[in-house]
Design a binder for this molecule. Sequence first.
Ligand SMILES: Nc1ncnc2c1ncn2[C@@H]1O[C@H](COP(=O)(O)OP(=O)(O)OP(=O)(O)O)[C@@H](O)[C@H]1O
Length: 352
Amino acid sequence: MSSQLALEKVAVRYGSFTAVSGVSLSLEAGEIGCLLGPSGCGKTTLLRAIAGFEPVSEGHINLRGHTISQPGGLLPPEQRRVGMVFQDFALFPHLSVRRNIGFGLSALGAGERQARVQEMLELVALADYADAYPHELSGGQQQRVALARALAPAPEILLLDEPFSSLDSELREQLAGEVRELLKRNGVTAILVTHDQHEAFAMADRIALLRSGRVAQLDTPYNLYHNPASEFVAEFIGQGNIVSVTVNEAGELNDGLGRLDMGHRHWRAGEQLRLLVRPDDIEFDELSQLSLAVCGKSFRGAHYLYDLQLPDGQHAPCLAPSHVDVAVGGHLPVRFNLQHVVVFDAAENAAT
Ligand SMILES: Nc1ncnc2c1ncn2[C@@H]1O[C@H](COP(=O)(O)OP(=O)(O)OP(=O)(O)O)[C@@H](O)[C@H]1O
């Protein structure tokens, strides 16, 4: 079975500048993918290439087995069965919700169009707002109109360009989860662009983390977090500090930080490693011999996120229950819990 969408070694250039290169990824029907990465890494460029707004200079893009982009050959955007939801939703302010949703359906007869609009209104739970105008709706409702409008012509793939960025940050993750449910229920294949990993995690089945126009890792949200392929991925995804340690033959780390228990690894005495220490790898333990200086703390509701200083001056984060309230400058007794810690070879900068 061929993929719904397949990119094969795609490169996009702006003049002599290569914005994206060597990007291969595919999505099965009904799968939700995400292009994630820092500003300027090429996310929008790739989305525009899939939509047909940018030509590819190398490689090709296939949609349901048909090549829609290759060097020198580009199926125009209006002939691709691609739906788009833009950052600002791009609704027509002078048209009602009903007419916004029906806008791309001019090829249908009046009866069919009306039925399809009604179906879309129900899909996004806005049937009661059919005659309202965009300015009368909340941000989340406007986004659902944009989604309904993009889905109305039954595209083969839906492209979402930072679809939550104009919404209140409190709402974003919740909406990302809701949109995911809606797309999943309807078997829609989609690609989301975002620089926010929480949105990516809440919405995507698989994420391509981009760095300087290349895929740094293409993986599930779980693996990106727990098995990052490089320090770049580790540092981009989630909180954590990279800490350099020396390990002895027994797997013990310097300064009494604990013991590595990674079964398959045989440590060499004196070996230098770099650990990705996440806030939940260090636990408050009032009986511990190891007390670390508190350099900073921030309140997170049920927890404090502490910034701790290790004996050799490096920093590490610790998430402790918020009743454990130690002032900056004080000391927090902790235990390293290294069962799941990610280990990088100091020399290779790649996870082992
Ligand atoms: N039309 C253009 N002409 C020349 N260079 C461009 C053009 N559009 C984008 N670029 C460059 O290509 C690179 C990738 O840009 P792109 O907009 O795809 O990144 P992005 O990951 O979407 O960033 P952001 O999150 O800031 O939107 C950047 O270095 C950018 O400056």
